[in-house]
Ligand binder design. Structure first.
Ligand code: F6R
Length: 376
């Protein structure tokens, strides 16, 4: 079943180009054929009407996907979006707001806190004025799950079954769902001109090839790099903007399967405390993609280097400037910043995988973790 891969996690990392292809096929129609929007998610009209706000609840990796979603929904569709840990939101919800879309993101569809947060939201909106009624949407890899029964509308993510406990391809599938949703809302609300939408969608169509190239280039690079971290106890991951959640995800992957302490930070927050942790024993992984915050990330990375940290850059292949700063490179293709999270997460998954495998750990079944967390 592992088809020659040593672990399910590695096999699932390699399945990601196929997941992106399946999502493109399912969510995006032919641009020429479309009238209002080139995206088809089968969502009801009322989801789009006078939409004022979006609240998202999720846990773990799904929460990270939701943070990328927030960036897209705010920057592309212009809708104010809040992302909550479901375990927090269920006991301390935001004040009731009208015309609000509520999204639960859960790969398994069974995470107790996410289900409870949605149930709470549904209940408190019952019997309210029409504009306060719940507009509930689920994003899940298992439409037949408890989530599927609870919410009237689902975006079905197309990862196929994921066996490794650490989420990889389901994360990529969730990102694809958020690209589709944000672009669909942008088309309906006319917040992005059609040519720009087409450009973004064409960019998405290149992503499967680019993930394949990244996998090919990095398999041995990350495996090799993993040798150097046999004794490492702490890692810091830095990103900004749309790649801040990817820094969080890189740190979570490493924690979960290698048991190395890791923290993800928005790079600009370094100087507000965490920089005190840095020395030659603490490697720093920085995601630096040309775009709105590139120079900022580079200068934050330089601050880490000045504290003797070994600096690992997730950055485009032909970037001379970056190459000089970083001790090690995990190169990705040159890609539009907006689409980059789908690519930048891949080397971080591989790095976590190879460090854990090298330590001889049970990558697919890490200690104390379960594939779905059905208790509070
Ligand atoms: C991370 C991981 C967990 C899950 C979290 C939510 O690799 O697997 O953090 O992401 O337990 O699970 P779902 O998405 O099933 O609600």
């Amino acid at each position: 079943e592992k088809q020659g891969f040593k672990h399910f996690m590695l096999k699932e990392i390699y399945e990601q180009p196929g997941v992106v292809r399946a999502s493109l096929e399912a969510y995006f129609t032919n641009i020429e054929e479309s009238s209002e929007s080139p995206i088809n998610l089968g969502l009801p009209r009322e989801f789009y009407a006078d939409l004022a706000q979006i609240q998202i609840v999720a846990c773990g990796t799904s929460w990270h996907a939701a943070l990328v979603g927030k960036y897209l929904l705010e920057q592309l569709a212009g809708i104010s979006t809040q992302v909550h840990y479901a375990s927090e939101y269920r006991y301390a919800p935001s004040p009731l707001t009208p015309n609000t879309l509520i999204i639960g993101v859960t790969q398994s569809g069974e995470t107790a806190d996410t289900l409870a947060a949605l149930a709470m939201e549904k209940e408190r909106r019952q019997g309210q004025e029409p504009q306060y009624q719940a507009r509930l949407l689920g994003i899940t890899n298992r439409p037949e799950s408890s989530l599927g029964l609870m919410v009237p509308h689902i975006i079905n993510t197309l990862a196929g079954i994921e066996i490794g406990v650490a989420a990889t391809k389901t994360f990529i599938a969730q990102l694809m769902a958020f690209y589709a949703l944000a672009l669909d809302l942008a088309a309906h609300r006319q917040t992005v001109p059609l040519e720009k939408l087409v450009e973004i969608i064409n960019g998405l169509r290149q992503i499967p090839k680019e993930i394949e190239a990244t996998l090919e280039a990095q398999e041995s690079l990350t495996e090799h790099l993993a040798h150097d971290f046999a004794e490492t106890k702490d890692f810091i991951f830095l990103g900004r903007g749309i790649n801040f959640p990817i820094a969080l995800e890189g740190a979570l992957k490493l924690k979960e399967i290698s048991y190395i302490h890791a923290e993800g930070y928005p790079a600009g927050e370094m100087k507000h405390g965490p920089i005190a942790l840095l020395d030659a024993k603490v490697p720093v992984v920085a995601i630096a993609i040309p775009g709105s915050v590139y120079e900022k990330v580079i200068s934050n990375a330089q601050e880490a280097k000045a504290r003797d940290s070994r600096l690992i850059g997730v950055t485009p292949v032909n970037d001379g400037e970056a190459a000089e700063i970083f001790n090690d490179l995990l190169p990705v293709s040159s890609v539009d910043e907006l689409l980059s999270p789908i690519l930048t997460v891949v080397p971080l998954q591989l790095l976590a995988y190879h460090i854990a495998a090298r330590r001889g750990l049970d990558v697919d079944q890490p200690r104390n973790l379960a594939k779905s967390v059905t208790v509070e």
